[in-house]
Each structure stands twice: as structure tokens, then as C-alpha cells.
Design a protein around this ligand. Structure first.
Ligand SMILES: NC(=O)c1ccc[n+]([C@@H]2O[C@H](COP(=O)([O-])OP(=O)(O)OC[C@H]3O[C@@H](n4cnc5c(N)ncnc54)[C@H](O)[C@@H]3O)[C@@H](O)[C@H]2O)c1
Length: 331
């Protein structure tokens, strides 16, 4: 049975002031639920919190984290999106990355253990897979992440699984592929600083006339550029609602890809950006980056079978159009 609404249900959204978290909060609210944001605002924005209360909480601070969970101790479900995400920063500053992601998650799990929060939905990433030849990627492949970012996210997954076995914590790990696009109503969108993601950087190049960098054009792909699976952030938000329903129906543990099953090359993205914006995208070709894979896209059958998840917003033109609308309104 599909959940009609979340009427009366409070959900703690850790990292809810960020890009994906704010879309998750809006979706929870649209279903009648109350999102309670925990965030330290290291990367998120107060102006992106519009659908419920918030607590300023830094997961690295054990006492602060426990206190915030104590305040909301009757809440059953936690969505955990808080993380350092910038891949190059992770390579330069692994200590900070492990502290924020791994220690932060340990503090969160320990705090949950002392309250009624027995269900977690965790934002993981396709970066935990590493170099996989066989695409589309199935959840069952051996995860061997290349980046510090991917390694910390895999460590977080392992911790959650251990707490599930020992302390009866139910979990759904969602391994998102490339989140993109913006709220169709324009309330929120992607505002990372620094912005390292392709679509906002390419929109910026289109609007400003400045060149963007493309790392490598001799990959073994249709046009030599890397292929990725871009999924609309609103579809990712819906995957959390489907996960809440699956947990309500008794699902105790699962790890699930959240992607579209289709891949687009960088040049295909740029050409759609030119079509949508009407501007040319200038670019400079640079050396390949270590650790960038030629192609990666999701096998989506488990998401459909286990969560009943299907994408609705993720056609490429819609992704770019909503991102472009947000970009223009922000200026
Ligand atoms: N954006 C993508 O394409 C993508 C792809 C795969 C997975 N993910 C995962 O999705 C999640 C959200 O990504 P996003 O793009 O929205 O990132 P984001 O940086 O916009 O959001 C992360 C939020 O977490 C908060 N945060 C970070 N450290 C914290 C701490 N110690 N205590 C409290 N709050 C803290 C930040 O302030 C921010 O609001 C991350 O866990 C990321 O690994 C993102």
C-alpha cells in the first residue's frame, strides 16, 4: 500500500539545509509531515529551511548531538544527509573528512541509540563502488572506492550495518548517482560553494561567457567524455518518501541505487544546456583527473522492486530547465 501522507509524522533531517536535504524537507512537508532540520550550516543555508523548525547541531560535537536528539526523543525516523562532499578537498584534508563524516556519523548513531529513533535513511553515493567495468551497476558488486570521499561514505555504511545487527536499528542506504536540477517551483536549488558539479558550472559558463574545464576527452565513450547518471533532486527526495513507506511496511535493511539507469556524456549535457539557455558553452579541455571513471550508471531494478521507486522528473531537458530557472532567479 502506498503511503497517502505523512500527516502528523515528525522526521529529523540531518543536513536538511543543504541541496538535497532541503528538497527532501519540502517533499516531507508536501505529504503532511514535519521535517526537523539538524545542521551546522558549514555548507547549508538557513534560507533553504522553510518547512519546519531547525536546530544548529554539529555532529562532530558529541554532547551537542545527544542534546538535540534528546529534545526530539519521540521521533522514530532520521534521514542522514550531513557530510563533507567535495572530492578534491577530501584528498587534501582526509583528517577533516574522516572526522566530519565518520566520527560525525558515529556520534549520530550513538545519540539515536538513546532515543526512540530506530529507523535511518542514509545518503550514500555511487562513489562507494569505485572502478566497475560492468554497467549498469548492481548493488551486489564489491565496493572498492577510490576517493577519500567514497571511502568515508563506505565506512559510514558499514557503521550503520553494524548498529543494525547489534542494536536493532533499521536502515535503508540510498546510493545516489548524480543529483541535479532544482525544485520546479523555484523555492530551492543547488548552491554549493565551491561548486564542483557539472550542470551548475556549465550553466554559469553559458550565462557568463567564461570557459569551463572539461577533464579528458579521450575516454572510451561515444564522444570521449565521461558518462554519468543524472537524477533529478525531486526524484531523490521522493525516494526518501518511498523509503519511509518501505520501513513502515516492515523493511528492516536494504541498500539501493537511486539513479535513472541512463548515462549522458559531458558533451550531451553541454548541448542540452545550449538548447535550454540559448547560450553557447565555452570550455577548455584539461588533463584527465585521477580516479575519474569513464562511465557509470545505475541498475535501477532493486529501487523499483524494494521501494516501488520510479523517476518522474529526470528527463534531461527538465533537469537542465529547472536548474536554469533557479540559476536565473538567484542572480
Ligand atoms: N549532490 C550529489 O550529487 C550527491 C551524490 C551522491 C550522494 N550525495 C550525498 O547526499 C548528501 C547531501 O548532498 P548535498 O549535495 O545536498 O550536500 P550539501 O553540502 O548541500 O548538504 C550537506 C549538508 O550537511 C551539513 N553538514 C555537513 N557537515 C555537518 C556536520 N558535521 N553537522 C551538521 N551538519 C553538517 C551541511 O551544512 C549541509 O547543509 C551527502 O551525504 C552526499 O554525500 C550527494
Amino acid at each position: 500500500m502506498k503511503l497517502k501522507n505523512l500527516q502528523g509524522k515528525s522526521i529529523i533531517v540531518v543536513g536538511g539545509a543543504g541541496y538535497i536535504g532541503s528538497h527532501v524537507c519540502k517533499k516531507i512537508s508536501s505529504k503532511g509531515g514535519l521535517p526537523i532540520v539538524f545542521d551546522n550550516f558549514s555548507a547549508g543555508h538557513k534560507h533553504a529551511i522553510k518547512w519546519g523548525p531547525y536546530e544548529k547541531v554539529d555532529l562532530r560535537n558529541n554532547k551537542e548531538t545527544s542534546k538535540a536528539f534528546e529534545k526530539y526523543k519521540s521521533v522514530e525516523t532520521v534521514i542522514h544527509l550531513a557530510s563533507s562532499i567535495e572530492v578534491n578537498t577530501g584528498e587534501k584534508f582526509p583528517s577533516e573528512f574522516y572526522t566530519n563524516n565518520v566520527l560525525g556519523t558515529l556520534n549520530l548513531l550513538n545519540a539515536m541509540k538513546n532515543t526512540n529513533a530506530r529507523k535511518i535513511i542514509f545518503s550514500s553515493t555511487c562513489a562507494t563502488y569505485g572502478e566497475i567495468e560492468d554497467v549498469p551497476i548492481l548493488e551486489t558488486v564489491i565496493q572498492n572506492p577510490l576517493s577519500v570521499y567514497g571511502k568515508t561514505k563506505l565506512a559510514m555504511e558499514h557503521m550503520i550495518e553494524s548498529f543494525h545487527k547489534a542494536y536493532d536499528l533499521n536502515y535503508i542506504i540510498l546510493r545516489y548517482f548524480n543529483a541535479a536540477g532544482a525544485d520546479p517551483e523555484g523555492d530551492i536549488g543547488e548552491e554549493h560553494d565551491p561548486e564542483t558539479h557539472l550542470i551548475p558550472n556549465a550553466l554559469n559558463a553559458a550565462a557568463s561567457g567564461k570557459s569551463m574545464k572539461i577533464f579528458g576527452t579521450d575516454y572510451d565513450t561515444i564522444d570521449g567524455t565521461c558518462i554519468r547518471d543524472y537524477i533529478h533532486v525531486n526524484d531523490i527526495a521522493q525516494a526518501h518518501i518511498d523509503s519511509i513507506q518501505a520501513q513502515k511496511n516492515g523493511l528492516k535493511s536494504a541498500d539501493v541505487n537511486i539513479g535513472t539507469g541512463e548515462g549522458y556524456s559531458i558533451f550531451q549535457i553541454l548541448s542540452m544546456i545550449e538548447k535550454v539557455t540559448g547560450y553557447k558553452v565555452k570550455y577548455k579541455i584539461c588533463q584527465k583527473r585521477a580516479g575519474d571513471l569513464a562511465k557509470i550508471y545505475a541498475d535501477t531494478s532493486k529501487a523499483e522492486n524494494v521501494l516501488g521507486f520510479k523517476t518522474k522528473y529526470s528527463n534531461l531537458e527538465n533537469i537542465i530547465q529547472t536548474a536554469w530557472n533557479f540559476y536565473k532567479n538567484k542572480k
